[in-house]
Design a protein around this ligand. Structure first.
Ligand code: SF4
Ligand code: SF4
Length: 202
């Protein structure tokens, strides 16, 4: 019937409108900022940098590969690579970011930086109350403001954080197995006696 869907839609609207006077369940808005909705699992606002352990600087997973900087569509990530190296989560020496800035006044929350990062280092946060009256520096976040512990990632995106931990654990196990095999091969080569020199002919 012509207009049937419009009538159905109006009925839902009317049910919620009048129902909201008697049932809180029917309210689609809250009295912000006194009341706040719990963000949904897939909510994404701006990126943050994940670190492991207690020390944000030592525990940053980022190895300054700069892939996210290259792929960010509005070019709002700025990274300066270190000259020296420090051990990463697998114990391998890696470069690290001396500078890692994101201008969140430009960031469009596309999450491409998260998708391209091969090190599970950058993730999307749910924090949105970041307004400031400082129009120049206030929305330029430096690595110390961007760094958040893995526990924070678990808090805001529990399932993604679990999957991310599993990826890192699998990579660590693979690296350990490779190192063990290499050490065993080296030990075997050292234990094998050298072949005797060839006997001269005649
Ligand atoms: S979310 Fe998108 S725009 Fe924002 S820093 Fe990442 S890649 Fe750039
Ligand atoms: S956040 Fe990831 S992609 Fe970006 S520089 Fe660090 S390791 Fe590379």
């Amino acid at each position: 019937m012509l207009g049937e869907q419009i009538v159905k839609g109006m009925a839902v609207t009317a049910r919620n409108f009048f129902g909201s006077y008697v049932s809180k369940e029917r309210l689609t808005t809250v009295q912000y900022p006194e009341e706040r909705l719990v963000p949904k699992e897939n909510t994404r606002q701006f990126p943050f940098l994940v670190y492991d352990g207690d020390n944000w600087e030592k525990g940053l997973r980022c190895v300054a590969c700069q892939i996210c900087e290259k792929e960010c569509p509005p070019k709002c990530i700025y990274i300066v690579k270190s000259k020296d190296k420090k051990p990463d989560y697998k114990g391998q020496p890696q470069l690290y970011p001396l500078t890692f800035d994101i201008d969140i006044s430009v960031c469009m929350s596309c999450s491409i930086c998260v998708e391209v990062c091969p090190f599970e280092s950058i993730k999307m946060d749910t924090e949105f109350e970041l307004s400031t009256d400082d129009r120049f520096e206030g929305l330029l976040l430096h690595k110390q403001e961007l760094a958040k512990p893995n526990a924070h990632y678990h808090k805001v995106h529990a399932q993604d954080a679990k999957d991310s931990d599993a990826v890192l654990a699998a990579e660590t196990a693979k690296a350990e197995a490779k190192a063990k095999a290499a050490a065993e091969a080296k030990a075997k080569a050292a234990a094998t006696p050298a072949a005797p020199p060839p006997t001269p002919a005649g």
